[in-house]
Design a protein around this ligand. Structure first.
Ligand code: SF4
Length: 377
């Protein structure tokens, strides 16, 4: 049964130069119409559930959900709660950009039921933020974090990016130390991936974007482990660190390849072995909901074997790895027998560890996780 809900808010103040996400700037006039249609889609999802269970996690992501005023976001959350019900200890996250929230907004969000804030800081260097095309300053990020604490958020995650054009190990160290000084419960740190079709992609293709070399990025990875470890944040997933008890339950549900509902333009849902993606453009999405047409643009039905491999690969992103007994119960397949020599080789190279209960990436294998996952996918 599905116990997680993702709601996508595809609006942003402006488009960052590296962004390939489903997000649109300048559609302010569409906000209310969009929310109405997301509610309609949630109504349909709820009506289509034959067996319903209370939601354990809800995640409002974007885009930038907080371009909408807090009253609208709380109203949307209330609608979801009426339809599905929330477990008493449900994790209710909202993403925010520092430039779009103030003390009042954060208080209303907290009082309205959101108990986890994911703040998109990315960098504490003003030059790097300008280069990325972010719409906020380091000071605004610092102020937003402190305002969130004052508003009663006791579970705050900061999103940071490294491996940026022109970034040095020292500038990354400064960003990381500044973030850790705020004492967040959770840190997500992603290496920049330059995607085609973005301004950064165009610059890279024309040789005008210089990224840090591999050794520098590896040194940054090592720094993440060292400084987060010293600050009491444990790495529990390739890119995510948390204090004990503050792992993101919503994302763990993804990495365990469990089912989840989703609503909104560009959102992806997964249930009964079927993954469905909605139209990216919120105008198209609205037209379709209003006309009673499908909002699904891509549909993927996974075979049991494909689903097994995907579950292994996604599970290996987590330091706990995958539980062999769970895999056998779910798919009737055990990784040792299924992967045979491929896995033997990775074990011999000490990149993965196969215990009687788990398959997991070794500490040495963490820096080579992309290679490992490519072998097993
Ligand atoms: S804030 Fe996030 S979603 Fe919006 S444009 Fe920037 S990177 Fe993309």
């Amino acid at each position: 049964m599905v116990s997680a809900l993702y709601i996508h808010i595809p609006f942003c103040v402006s488009k960052c130069r590296y962004c390939s996400f489903s997000s649109f700037a300048g559609l302010n006039g569409l906000y209310d119409r969009y929310l109405l249609n997301v509610k309609k889609e949630m109504d349909q999802i709820s009506a289509g559930c034959c067996k319903k269970m209370e939601l354990q996690t809800v995640f409002l992501g974007g885009g930038t959900p907080t371009v909408l005023d807090p009253e609208r976001l709380v109203n949307l959350l209330d609608h979801a709660e009426k339809l599905f019900g929330f477990a008493f200890d449900a994790e209710i996250s909202v993403e925010a950009n520092p430039g779009t929230v103030d003390g009042r907004a954060l208080e209303l969000l907290r009082q309205g039921g959101f108990d986890r804030l994911s703040l998109g800081v990315q960098s504490f260097s003003a030059d790097e933020l300008a280069m990325l095309g972010r719409c906020h300053s380091p000071m605004e990020a610092d102020a937003a974090f402190k305002a969130a604490r004052s508003a009663g958020f006791t579970n705050i995650s900061l999103d940071l990016m490294y491996g940026l054009p022109g970034q040095t190990i020292e500038s990354w160290r400064t960003t990381l130390i500044t973030a850790l000084t705020l004492e967040p419960e959770h840190l997500s740190m992603y290496q920049l991936t330059v995607e085609e079709g973005t301004p950064f992609g165009d610059l890279l293709a024309s040789g005008k974007l210089e990224l840090p070399d591999e050794d520098t990025v590896v040194a940054m990875d090592e720094l993440n482990l060292e400084l987060c470890g010293e600050a009491g944040l444990e790495m529990y997933e390739i890119s995510n660190f948390s204090r004990p008890g503050y792992r993101c339950r919503h994302n763990i549900n993804y990495w365990q390849n469990n089912e989840y509902h989703a609503a909104g333009a560009g959102a992806v849902s997964f249930s009964s072995g079927v993954r469905e993606k909605r139209f990216d453009d919120p105008r198209e999405y609205c037209r379709r909901v209003e006309a009673g047409d499908t909002v699904i643009t891509e549909r993927e039905e996974l075979t049991l074997e494909a689903s097994f491999r995907e579950t292994v690969v996604m599970g290996l992103r987590m330091m706990d790895g995958v539980e062999r007994e769970c895999l056998v119960a779910r798919f009737g397949l055990d990784p040792e027998r299924y992967y045979g020599e491929v896995l033997e080789k990775l074990v011999a190279q000490q990149l993965v560890e196969l215990t009687p209960t788990h398959l997991k990436v070794t500490p040495a294998g963490r820096l080579y996780s992309n290679i490992i996952l490519a072998e097993l996918v």
